[in-house]
Ligand binder design. Structure first.
Ligand code: TYM
Length: 342
């Protein structure tokens, strides 16, 4: 990555940016793929974490639930340990400069490459009745979210990898055409590969608005968590020593890695390898460890959700911080791209 001079008002710390769409309840994938990293990164970096409300309009044009969903994303992030005093926690639509940069970047994005984006192809398959231009240019808006803060690191799950590649492409194109303004942002997960938290039904990933019985939400109550885990797909167990695990069994072990103690995991690994595993017991153990993990987050988030005034203040303060960095970048962008004759 190119080492760039920091933008006006920025400190020497590397800048971090990420976002979450307010399209439903947050789940274990959002936590382990993204929020867990936010919480660690806020201690070391200049962080901008955003509720991507404009992005949500590409697939959720009905805005009746939007305010509650925005509040929930904020509350759940804070309940997971995000500190609005340390990181800027804000709403995308409150920072108009993002939309301005999106417009400039649209001239550097080619429709052919946008049409090939995996998420675009998925979305048009799911919603053939609503193939709007915002959906096509979704990665351009996401690039604007990141580049507006000239961020270097973007903590995200595996599903966002291609979008990050595109953000780097637009940064490079802009720099090449108009001069070096943007660092090339990297997808980030502390010392590891990007994560994809699998769903409980053996196929796909956990998701805010699809396969809800196979997704563990941070708002699920204890009984619901137990019910979902006990229903997870298993089989009669391996017939041969040291067998390869089928995907749906691998997924259960992967979930255990996230919340269970190492000796517990080792015991079930050994049972599997010796063909003595009892999946009913394994799922019961996983369910209890998951309840212990999710329960305090749920309770904290529910308390924070009640305090609308506090959430309003968080959003306002976050937007102020985000505007300072965005205004500085747009000044550089306008000058570099020759729109400085006013
Ligand atoms: P979204 O709202 O779908 O998801 C928010 C974050 O959670 C991660 N994630 C997962 N990680 C692992 N396993 C899963 N099953 C899983 N499901 C979701 C996502 O990778 C993401 O990090 N386009 C983005 C929002 C966005 C954004 C941005 C992200 C808008 N602007 C700028 C980074 C930077 C999205 O739809 O995330």
């Amino acid at each position: 990555m190119t080492d760039m001079k920091p933008g006006a008002g920025a400190s020497k710390k590397k800048t971090v940016m990420s976002g979450i769409r307010p399209t439903g309840f947050l789940h274990l994938g959002n936590y382990f793929g993204a929020i867990r990293n936010y919480v660690k990164m806020q201690e070391e970096y200049d962080c901008f974490f955003m509720v991507a409300d404009l992005h949500s309009l590409t697939t959720h044009p009905d805005t009746k639930e939007l305010k509650t969903n925005v509040h929930r994303v904020l509350a759940e992030n804070i309940a997971c340990g995000l500190d609005p005093e340390k990181a800027a926690l804000f709403c995308q639509s409150h920072v108009y400069e993002i939309s301005e940069l999106y417009l400039y970047l649209n001239m550097l994005a080619y429709t052919g490459e946008l049409e090939k984006t995996v998420t675009f192809k998925d979305k048009i398959r799911q919603h053939p009745e609503n193939v709007n231009a915002g959906l096509l240019t979704y990665p351009v808006l996401m690039a604007a979210d990141i580049l507006i803060h000239r961020a270097g690191y973007v903590p995200v799950g595996k599903d966002q990898e291609q979008h990050l590649e595109m953000a780097r492409t637009y940064a490079k194109r802009f720099n090449h055409r108009y001069g070096e303004i943007f660092p090339e942002p990297e997808a980030f997960n502390f010392g590891e590969n990007l994560l994809k938290i699998p769903s409980l039904d053996g196929g796909g990933k956990m998701s805010k608005s699809e396969n809800q019985m196979a997704t563990l939400y941070l708002a699920d109550d204890d009984e619901m968590i137990r019910k979902k885990i006990m229903k997870a797909k298993t089989d009669a167990g391996p017939a041969e020593l040291n067998s390869v695990k089928p995907d749906y069994i691998e997924n259960i072990f992967q979930l255990m890695q996230l919340v269970s103690a190492q000796d517990v995991i080792e015991k079930f690994e050994s049972d599997f390898n010796h063909c003595s595993i009892r999946y009913g017991n394994m799922k019961k153990q996983l369910a209890e460890d998951m309840v212990r993990f999710i329960n305090p987050i749920r309770q904290k988030a529910a308390d924070i959700m009640m305090d609308e005034k506090y959430l309003q203040e968080v959003m306002e303060k976050g937007a102020e911080k985000a505007r300072v960095s965005s205004v500085a970048t747009m000044k550089m962008v306008r000058e570099a791209s020759g729109l400085n004759y006013f």
